[in-house]
Design a protein. Structure first.
Length: 143
């Protein structure tokens, strides 16, 4: 199983997301990325947000984890979501580092209506008001 850390950055009751396009579907991700050999989860997200969005962050506690069981032939993924704050910079896509089409802020109350990967909009809404949760298997749609 692969581990993918990401962050939930909340400002003015909105969460920072990255938009991708798969087929005819917009899919929204929390900023994050894949762990390099010898790297911690914390150092991964700090590096990924600097590379992909040009921002420095202060990492806060992990707030949510969940397993995405992938289709046959692909490695399953444990998603670990930390809360974070922007210390420096304004989020802007670096096309050399990401295939995302857009970086945007979405209201927390809309997360359950978005097609997300991992598909944790409902759980993220809850955890941002109630605290950490291991959600088990994520109900993921495939495009």
């Amino acid at each position: 199983m692969k581990v993918r850390p990401s962050v939930a950055i909340v400002e003015n009751n909105q969460v920072l997301l990255m938009r991708y396009r798969y087929g005819n579907t917009d899919v929204f991700n929390l900023p994050g990325g894949n762990v390099d050999k010898g790297e911690t989860l914390a150092s991964t997200v700090v590096r990924e947000l600097q590379e992909e969005l040009g921002i420095d962050i202060e990492l806060e506690p992990m707030i949510l984890t969940g397993d995405v069981i992938m289709p046959e032939g692909k490695e399953d993924v444990l998603h670990c979501v930390f809360k974070a704050k922007i210390l420096n910079g304004k989020p802007m896509l670096n096309p050399k580092e990401t295939s995302a089409l857009e970086v945007l802020w979405k209201p927390i109350e809309e997360l359950d209506k978005l097609d997300m990967y991992p598909n944790v909009g409902v759980e993220l809404q809850q955890v941002l008001s109630q605290g950490f949760e291991y959600i088990g298997k994520v109900r993921q749609q495939w495009h």
